[in-house]
Design a protein around this ligand. Sequence first.
Ligand SMILES: Cc1ncc(COP(=O)(O)O)c(C=O)c1O
Length: 381
Amino acid sequence: MRPIQMVDTKNQYLKIKAEVDNAVLQVMESSAFINGKIVQDFAAHLSSYQGARHTIPCANGTDALQIAMMALGLQPGDEVITPSFTYIATTEVIALLRLTPVFVEVDPKTFCIDPAAIEKAITPKTKAIVPVHLYGHAAPMEEIMAIAARHNLYIIEDNAQAIGCDYTFSDGSKKKTGTIGHIGSTSFYPSKNLGAFGDGGALFTNDDELAVKMKMIANHGQSKRYYHDIVGCNSRLDSIQAAILDIKLRHLDEYITARRAVADFYDKAFAGNKKIITPYRAAYSHHVFHQYTLILDGVDNVAAARDGLNEFLAKNNIPSMIYYPVPGHRQKVFEQFNSQALKMPVTDWLTERVISLPMHTELDEEQLNFISSKVLEFITK
Ligand SMILES: Cc1ncc(COP(=O)(O)O)c(C=O)c1O
């Protein structure tokens, strides 16, 4: 059996090596390392894949969130509602810009922000909501957009983990996640579903004015070279990364299909087990399985059980990960917002119980059989 990895970018690369190597070589020969034509080409291709009017490439997914908040003109003290159960990048940029993160609960089935919790958290200071399409499952955008319209709030979708996810509205129409809110952000971190060979990110919007502003902010606030109209930053996607991403974009749907096949395999293997809750798939969301995350339930000492499973799998050379061991409201960095005092039973419950299994495009049946049989061996002990 081939060694099992949490993420296998190497073998994914080897399958498209000739194409990728050639594209990288072309950038090197052109010497247009920054803002080369390939960056614009990739942005255009990604716009058409996403069905977004504008795609603005940037340096990483964290910058994308920051640029979005800057472009919306959010001011210090403005409140931004966000799930506590997410990666730190989502919430960190809120604090970085001296905005106030307001942590709310997620739905225990989808792991995504709970619209009822959003409603309760809205105050006169609320300016924006940042739903996160966690693990590749869409947040309930139709409800979130309705709340935003009622309260005049901006929506920035953190789509770092869900590029390619189709959202189906109640009238049957579809949109890609990241294109439903006022702005969507994404990350091309190497392990992401559309991963670069380094850092990268992008912003999506259908709003022409916001697009111009975000483009300027990502490039030192300049309207034309050396004319700086607003405060910006230096956040560019390298041409080499754009060239690689442009090729990988052609394979994204096939990568998503491979991920979903892995999820189907796991689902089937764990079906009916009372101690394992497999990932829920809401009808509105075409899950793209950035992660395959189990919830351990009905076990006596869940902390010991999860540590035990993690160690047992590791002894069998199977990696597993906890995304994320500490939710936002319990992070030291946010003590200044008195967030530790918040009661978040769902988030705490999930934080104690989740465990993610290897999930990538290169897993074969032998590996999947081995992983699932070892999980079951430990769980049914
Ligand atoms: C939910 C979420 N938001 C934001 C980011 C930030 O992306 P990056 O690492 O490219 O800055 C990530 C990924 O790391 C993420 O998973």
